[in-house]
Design a protein around this ligand. Sequence first.
Ligand code: MN
Length: 309
Amino acid sequence: MKNLEFVCHDPELFCGIVNRDWSNDEANYHLLGVPLDISSTYRTGARYGPYYFRKTLSSENFECTSENGLLLNEYYKIKDWGNVGVINTDLQKSIQLVSEGVYDIIETEKPFLVIGGDHSTTTCIGKAYEKADIPIHYIYIDAHLDLYDEVKGSKLSHACTLRRISELTSFHGASVFGYRDFTKDQLKYAENSNINIFSTNDLLSELNLLKFGYKYTKNLNDHFSRIHVSVDLDVLDPSCAPGVGNPVAAGITTRDLIHILKGLFKGIKHNQLISWDIVEFNPLYDNAEITAFSILKILIESLGSQILA
Ligand SMILES: [Mn+2]
């Protein structure tokens, strides 16, 4: 056994900063997985996202230092709650279960990250904020507008997410970044519903995405008390994220997205709690783990910029 003890070790999950065992008092950040994908309209498989997300976090192939030189495990104690026990045959019940879980985390008044799951994960977060009676502005980073009223008879499709959120009383507007797949009706709905939209072209015409993101949330701070950031990985070009449910070609790069997120998180006020989600990671289509390693870099740089927020 001695030899085994020497050669084997439990991988430290994300350099020891993500742990299931932190007590609520010790933890300064929360993580929740949502293995739900029955509202997907094209390639299902996002239910495996949380599992492969954690597998990538436990990889030894990276340092836990963000590019601004911060050693993340000096700042973070992230409590991993595991996955919500969703029922992948019952969407309505699953949405209720996830909302209840997110509500409990909101009550801790600590920042949190939710890993999807398809984009209906964000509907659950919206419902939890509604129950908590907290007004939210949504920053919605996505190749799609997700403003369909219904898809194939379903009002809970992942392509209806922003539409359903926009109907909540706690909805205080949204800003969509990176869309490039849309319909005229969705554009019209955005125009009439306090939803600012920036296409992939709009973003790429910005000279400095970091400054753009920073100014954006800094300005929003004057009008909204809380902001939730939702990152649908299909905003990325499929060369940077092949493992998504509904890929759309000609997107932004992982570096572009990191610059936007760094700017957005830096612009959020000091006393404002951050909540965000990363959704639509579909490991079944993730050739050579390209998407997983994009997520890992997005996570490290986002956490690094949230320290300064
Ligand atoms: Mn999308």
